[in-house]
Design a protein. Structure first.
Length: 131
């Protein structure tokens, strides 16, 4: 259910975004829908969404891109349960989330956007630690 919600959110955001963000969103939605994503692939997609969102002009398209970023952040916890080595996956996901939080602090986002993105990362990190 969470995976389908993520796929739908990415698809809607991609439709609104257009351009490179739409292509990235469509690719992410397709990958998430068809297979289990590795931590490395999840991390690359997360970084791409962060970069794309920050490069967009403020407005509903950027809001959708940042919502897709938050959804991708929250998907990290699901990589733990499906992993062959859950302890290693947890460590890798947590490492990525710590790095994302650090990177968000210097990203070209408004104060409210940055706060929402950091809150999503913190919530995901807490969920992963509890898994």
């Amino acid at each position: 259910a969470a995976r389908q919600a993520l796929v739908e959110q990415i698809r809607v955001g991609a439709e609104k975004a257009g351009g490179t963000a739409a292509k990235l969103g469509a690719r992410l939605a397709k990958e998430i829908d068809k297979r289990r994503v590795s931590v490395a692939a999840w991390e690359r997609d997360l970084m791409s969404l962060r970069y794309e969102g920050a490069d967009m002009a403020p407005g509903p398209v950027r809001d959708a891109a940042l919502a897709a970023y938050a959804a991708q952040v929250s998907a990290g916890v699901h990589l733990i349960a499906g992993a062959g080595n859950p302890d290693r996956a947890r460590a890798d996901v947590l490492r990525t989330l710590v790095a994302e939080e650090r990177m968000l602090r210097s990203e070209r986002l408004g104060a409210e956007e940055k706060a929402r993105a950091v809150a999503a990362v913190v919530a995901a990190r807490e969920a992963c630690a509890a898994r």
